[in-house]
Design a protein around this ligand. Structure first.
Ligand code: PRP
Ligand code: URA
Length: 211
């Protein structure tokens, strides 16, 4: 389903793995595995429109024309910590992608994102940027990461998340209408602490076993 710049991935495998991630009975190990697997499937969607070029090759039987990736290269930008769990899945699809990191945490009181780290390749302006974060809640972290990328010159940005809250999606759409958002689900709402309902809990704590 596509709504404006939002692409909702309703593939049965994605929805099945999302259920594994949501369940409180899922162990840390299984959570990590399911997050990596769902990242591969979201990565398939996020790379659907990569440009191709035609090249001449020789198969064991004859010469033919074939397609290969052309043009823009990719940079993956996980938002620490939780986005780290999506990197390996994306790298399976695009092993040559660069990886930049943005460290953000949410202030418990204001819920605003606070940056504590960033390290991006110098040529982000020449690359397609895929921002990775399983959770898009208030949208503060995603908007802060995208702001940073744009200040560094990035122009082609896609946000890939697992679950989006309506509030966070609206905030990203307002702040960055050019950015495509890919998600496995849009959940009901945020609770008073800014957690997504029904959600999957704290994505960082669940994959790293903290708390
Ligand atoms: C979580 C999550 C997102 C952010 C989403 O990170 O991984 O980055 O919250 O919330 P927002 O849309 O309201 O900004 P958190 O700040 O808990 O840090 P962590 O990944 O290190 O646990
Ligand atoms: N961050 C998370 O990890 N989970 C939420 O539900 C909201 C923000």
């Amino acid at each position: 389903m596509t709504r404006g710049r939002l692409v909702l991935v309703e593939h049965p495998l994605v929805q099945h793995k999302l259920t594994v991630l949501r369940s409180v009975e899922t162990s840390t190990k299984k959570f990590r595995e399911a997050l990596e697997e769902i990242a591969i499937l979201l990565g398939y969607e996020a790379t659907r429109d990569l440009p191709l070029e035609e090249v001449g090759i020789i198969t064991p039987l004859e010469a033919t024309k074939a397609k290969r990736l052309a043009g823009k290269k990719l940079v993956l930008v996980p938002i620490l910590r939780a986005g780290l769990g999506m990197v390996e899945g994306f790298l399976r699809l695009v092993p040559s992608a660069r990886v930049g990191h943005v460290g953000l945490y949410r202030d418990d009181d204001t819920l605003e994102a606070v940056r504590y780290y960033s390290n991006l390749p110098p040529d982000v302006h020449e690359r397609r940027c895929l921002v990775l974060d399983p959770m898009l809640a208030t949208g503060g972290s995603a908007v802060a990461a995208i702001d940073l990328l744009k200040r560094e010159g990035a122009r082609d940005i896609t946000l890939v998340c697992v679950i989006g809250a309506p509030e966070g999606i609206a905030r990203v759409e307002r702040a960055h209408p050019d950015v495509r958002i890919i998600a496995a689900a849009v959940d009901r709402q945020l609770d008073e602490r800014g957690y997504i309902l029904p959600g999957l809990g704290d994505a960082g704590d669940r994959q790293f076993g903290t708390k």
